[in-house]
Design a binder for this molecule. Sequence first.
Ligand SMILES: [Zn+2]
Length: 223
Amino acid sequence: MPAISSNKPYRIGRSKTGLGLFATKPIKKGTKIIRYFGPMLDCRKEKDDAVENKYLFQINGRWTIDGSVRKNIARYINHSCRPNAESDVSARKRTVHIRAIKNIAPGDEINYDYGTEYFKEYLKPIGCKCASCERKRAKQRAEARAVKSSTAKAGTKARAKAKKVKAAKPTARAKSKAATKAGSKAANAFDKNRASKAAASRRAGAKSAKEAKATPKKRARAA
Ligand SMILES: [Zn+2]
């Protein structure tokens, strides 16, 4: 790991995605933090144009910085969709500086937005791991969990209700039993009544059976 002199307001440290650059002192909004540098590649030269790595910083249509060199500490700065710094490009001088766009506190990771091209090519396929995107995903997960638990709760409620109904049924039966015992005479009368009704209906059934037998004959005659 390259050494960083102690008067610099940053250090290389562990970040979620590997290594990152962290503030060691308060950095005021607007301050140039570090220069992004390396060999200048000219896309008109075939050899330069063939260089391919994750640390290429395009300045304009012709010039690109190859930031993959060890001395380029700025290459440790990770991407963020909601950064606290930005890349300040001077096409005329062919230089790039990382500048704070917010006040950065000691311990904060320094980030800048790598731009849509890099995002599409390298970050989108694996899912951006910047704090902002992680927060978004955590929120989505929490919402999904909330929906799940609320449906689970509704299920529990429904089951509890069903249990209550089941529990209530025996009580109702017990009550009706008590009522039957209390008015056993009335109940007997009711039973008799029901028995006679049943007999009547049986007779009625017999009648209708006779009628049913008679009907085919009528039909046969008609035919
Ligand atoms: Zn992101």
